[in-house]
Ligand binder design. Structure first.
Ligand SMILES: *Cc1c(COP(=O)(O)O)cnc(C)c1O
Length: 711
C-alpha cells in the first residue's frame, strides 16, 4: 500500500546526511511534527523512530506533503546517480580507488556530536564538497558514544560538562557488515588487551564516512570506553585512541574491500594509519619494512593545523614503545628505528614520540592551512630538514574553505541563484561565478540581511530568556535591539583566541556599546575544553559581564555552542569579531561563513584573514605584528580593536543615505562576497587538494603541491 512506499521514501531521505545541507528536506521532517522535530534536535531519524504512526499516516496523506517528498527523493537520487562532473573529468585514478580521509573529529550536523570545533567542521565540509564535486572519498573517524562537551553553565557562570549519551540508534548510521550480514570486526593490539572494533557507516551525499567503535561485548569494560569521548583522558587513552583510528581504520578498509589510492591524514592524531598501511603492503607484496613505508609515504597527504609545538601530541618514549611494538614487528623493523621516525632527532633515544613528526617524515605531500600558517610551520619544523634553508622546507599550503550550502542562509542562496544565474549554480570555485554580485541592488541585499538579522535576534532572545529562567535570573531587560550594530564571536574558547580581549577594559567597552548615536551589541558563544580552566574562566567572565547592568542589554552569551548555534549566528550578524593572538590561528573558518551571508569581518590579520584582507573586504585589527611579550601584544591588540570599532566599523555602519541604506557598508559587503566567496569555499579547497595533492599522490599527475591562488 501507498503508505509503506512513502515511509520508505522518508527513510531514504533520513538515511543520507545530504539533508544536513538541504533545508527543503529538513523542513519535510519538521512539518511532519514540528514539536517532536525540535524535541529530537532536528534529527530526522529520531523523528521517524518516535513519531506517532497515526500522525505520520495522516501527514503523508496530504497531497502537498507527498509532492514535496517525491521531489526530494528525485533530487537525492539524481544527485547520487549523476557521477559528479568535475570529479569524473579530473579525478583520474581516484575514480578507481578513493581517497581515505582520516580525522579525529567530523562535524556534519549538530545531531552527530563528534566534533569539538573548526577542525571537525572542516572535515565535514571536506566530505560534503568532495561529494558535490564527485571526488571519491571515504572518511574514517571514531564514533564517540558520549560525544564531546555538552556545555551547561551553573549559577556562577562556571561551565559544567554533564555526560551526554549519543543515541547511536537514532542516527543515520548503519553497521558495516560483510555480504552475509555479520558485522565486520577488526582487531588492534594494545598492551592491556586486543581491542575489537566495529564500524558504523554514515552516508554524506556520495561520500562514505566510517566511524569506528570499541563498544563490543567481546571487549573488556575499560576497552569499550576507549571510544567514549573526543579529546578526553590522559596520554595513554590518547595514544590508544590514535591507534584504534589509524590502525583500526586501515584494517577496517581492508575488511570492507576498500583499497584507497591516497591516504589523507588530517592532523597528526591520525599518523599511525601510515604504519598499518605499510604493514599491509609488506604483508601483501613481501616488501622490506622501509620500502613499504617509503611507498606508502608517496601516496600520503598530511595536513597540519597546529602552529605551536606544544599543541602536538608528545608521547613519552616508554608509552610509545609499549604501544608501537606490534607495528614494528609487523614491519620487520627494530622498534628503536620505528620510534626514531617520530622523534625530532631520531638518534635521541628516550626522547618523546610525536605522531606529527612521523607524518611529516613519511608523507610526501605536506600542507599547512593558510599561507601565513605555512610560513610558521616551515620555521617550526625546519629542524626536520636541517640541510635546507627555511623557505625550502617542503611544506606548502592549501587554505581552508567552507561548504557553501551548509553555511549560507537558504534565502541568500536563493537570491544568488536568481541574480548570478547558471554559472553560480554550476560551481563556486571560480571568480567569474561571483562577478554578478556587484550588480545586485543595494536595497535588495540589505533587506534580505535585515530579515536574517531579525530572525537571529528573535532566536537569541528566546535562548537567552530560557537560559536566564533556568538559572533563576531576572528576565529584564530583554537583550538586543534590531537597529543596533550586532557583532558575533563564536568558536572554541581556547585561550589563544582571546574571547575576553575587549572585556579587559570595561570602561571603554561601556562607552562603545552604550554610545548615544552609534551603539554596539555583542553575541558570544563558545565551549571550553573540559580540562581548560583558562577557557572556562573566559566563559564565566563573559557571563558575568552580560549580567552587569551596564551591559545586560548589549552583551549576551549563548550556551552550548555547536553547529546549530554557529549557523544561526553567522547568518544574521552584521559583523564578526576574530582576535586570536597572532600567529596562532592556523586558518579560522567561521569568518568565511559570515562572508557568504553578507556580514563583514573585523579580524586580526592571522590565518585566512592575512591573505583575504585587502583594505576593503572588512576590517583589520593591528598591523600583523607579533610581540615577544603576550601581555604587551594583548594590550596593543585591545587598543587597536577598540579604535577600529569606534572609528571605522561603527561610523560606517551608521552612515545612512536618504533611503536609510548604509551604502558604503553594503559596498564592502558586496566586495567581500565577490572577492572572497570563490576563494574561501570548500569546493575550491577540495579542487586544490585533488589537483595539488591527491592526483600527484595517486601517481596520476606529477605536479608538486602548488601554493595556489585560493591562497
Ligand atoms: C566554523 C566553526 C568553528 C570554527 O571557528 P574558527 O575559530 O573561526 O576557526 C568552530 N566551531 C563551530 C561550531 C563552527 O561551526
Amino acid at each position: 500500500m501507498a503508505d509503506n512506499d512513502v515511509i520508505a521514501k522518508l527513510w531514504a531521505l533520513a538515511n543520507n546526511l545530504w539533508w544536513s545541507w538541504h533545508r527543503d528536506v529538513r523542513f519535510i521532517f519538521r512539518d511532519l511534527d514540528a514539536k517532536l522535530y525540535r524535541a529530537c534536535h532536528r534529527n530526522p531519524v529520531a523523528l521517524l523512530r518516535r513519531i506517532d504512526p497515526e500522525v505520520l499516516t495522516e501527514r503523508v496523506h496530504d497531497l502537498e506533503m507527498l509532492a514535496r517528498i517525491d521531489r526530494a527523493v528525485r533530487e537525492l537520487n539524481h544527485y547520487l546517480e549523476s557521477n559528479g562532473a568535475w570529479g569524473a573529468l579530473h579525478g583520474g585514478p581516484l575514480n578507481a580507488a578513493p581517497v581515505a580521509y582520516f580525522c579525529f573529529e567530523f562535524g556534519i550536523h549538530e545531531s552527530l556530536p563528534i566534533y569539538s570545533g573548526g577542525l571537525g567542521v572542516l572535515a565535514g565540509d571536506h566530505l560534503k564538497a568532495a561529494s558535490d564535486l564527485g571526488v571519491p572519498i571515504v572518511g574514517l573517524g571514531l564514533i564517540y558514544h558520549q560525544g564531546y562537551v555538552h556545555q551547561r553553565l551553573d549559577a556562577s557562570g562556571w561551565q559544567q560538562d554533564p555526560v551526554e549519551r549519543v543515541p547511536l540508534d537514532e542516527l543515520p548510521l548503519h553497521e558495516l557488515t560483510s555480504p552475509d550480514g555479520t558485522p565486520l570486526r577488526v582487531r588492534v593490539e594494545l598492551p592491556e588487551s586486543t581491542v575489537v572494533l566495529r564500524a558504523r557507516q554514515a552516508m554524506v551525499g556520495r561520500s562514505r564516512l566510517l566511524l569506528l567503535t570499541a563498544q563490543d561485548p567481546d571487549n573488556p569494560e575499560p576497552a569499550r570506553e576507549l571510544t567514549a569521548r573526543l579529546y578526553w583522558g590522559d596520554m595513554r587513552v590518547r595514544i590508544q585512541q590514535e591507534l584504534l583510528l589509524g590502525v583500526g581504520g586501515m584494517r577496517m578498509l581492508q575488511a570492507a574491500g576498500i583499497e584507497p589510492s591516497v591516504i589523507h591524514l588530517n592532523e597528526g592524531h591520525t599518523a599511525f594509519a601510515l604504519l598499518e598501511a605499510a604493514r599491509q603492503l609488506r604483508e601483501r607484496e613481501g616488501l622490506d619494512g622501509r620500502e613499504a613505508l617509503a611507498e606508502v609515504g608517496r601516496r600520503a597527504v598530511f595536513t597540519t593545523h597546529t602552529p605551536v609545538p606544544a599543541g602536538h601530541d608528545h608521547f613519552p618514549a616508554e608509552l610509545a614503545a609499549a604501544h608501537l611494538a606490534p607495528l614494528a614487528a609487523g614491519l620487520g623493523m627494530p622498534l628503536e628505528e620505528l620510534l626514531g621516525l617520530g622523534r625530532v632527532r631520531p638518534e635521541e633515544h628516550g626522547a618523546a614520540f610525536l605522531p606529527t613528526v612521523l607524518a611529516l617524515r613519511l608523507a610526501r605531500h605536506r600542507n599547512a592551512v593558510s599561507a601565513l600558517h605555512a610560513e610558521v610551520t616551515r620555521r617550526m619544523w625546519r629542524v626536520l630538514w636541517p640541510e635546507r634553508p627555511e623557505e625550502e622546507v617542503p611544506i606548502g599550503h592549501i587554505t581552508n574553505g567552507v561548504h557553501v550550502e551548509s553555511w549560507m542562509a537558504p534565502e541568500m542562496h536563493e537570491l544568488l541563484e536568481l541574480r548570478l544565474g547558471p554559472e553560480w549554480r554550476r560551481g563556486r570555485a571560480e571568480p567569474q561565478a561571483w562577478q554578478g554580485i556587484a550588480a545586485i541592488e543595494d536595497g535588495e541585499l540589505w533587506e534580505l540581511h535585515l530579515v536574517l538579522k531579525a530572525r537571529l535576534l528573535a532566536w537569541v532572545r528566546r535562548h537567552v530568556q530560557a537560559f536566564r529562567a533556568r538559572l533563576g535570573r531576572p528576565l529584564e531587560p530583554v537583550p538586543l535591539d534590531e537597529g543596533v550594530l550586532t557583532i558575533g564571536f563564536a568558536r572554541r574558547f581556547a585561550t589563544y583566541k582571546r574571547a575576553t580581549l575587549l572585556l579587559d577594559d570595561l570602561e571603554r567597552l561601556d562607552r562603545l556599546v552604550n554610545h548615544p548615536e552609534r551603539p554596539v551589541q555583542f553575541i558570544f558563544a563558545g565551549r571550553a575544553h573540559p580540562h581548560d580552566e583558562g577557557g572556562k574562566a573566559f566563559v564565566q567572565r563573559i557571563d558575568a559581564v552580560s549580567r552587569d547592568p551596564r551591559f545586560s542589554r548589549r552583551i549576551v552569551f549563548i550556551e552550548n555552542h555547536n553547529m546549530h548555534v554557529g549557523r544561526q549566528l553567522v547568518q544574521g550578524v552584521d559583523a564578526w569579531l576574530n582576535n586570536p593572538r597572532r600567529p596562532l590561528e592556523a586558518c579560522g573558518t567561521s569568518g568565511q561563513k559570515v562572508v557568504l551571508n553578507g556580514g563583514l569581518n573585523i579580524s586580526i590579520p592571522d590565518g585566512w584573514w592575512a591573505e583575504a584582507y585587502d583594505g576593503r573586504a572588512g576590517f583589520a585589527i593591528g598591523r600583523g605584528h607579533t610581540h615577544r611579550d603576550p601581555a604587551l601584544q594583548d594590550a596593543r591588540d585591545r587598543e587597536d580593536a577598540f579604535r577600529v570599532l569606534e572609528e571605522e566599523v561603527a561610523p560606517l555602519f551608521y552612515e545612512r543615505d536618504a533611503q536609510g541604506l548604509p551604502r558604503r557598508w553594503i559596498a564592502r559587503v558586496k566586495h567581500a562576497m565577490q572577492a572572497l566567496g570563490w576563494r574561501f569555499n570548500a569546493e575550491r579547497m577540495v579542487r586544490d587538494y585533488t589537483l595539488g595533492a591527491y592526483l600527484p599522490a595517486a601517481g596520476g599527475l606529477s605536479a608538486a603541491l602548488p601554493p595556489r591562488r585560493g591562497g
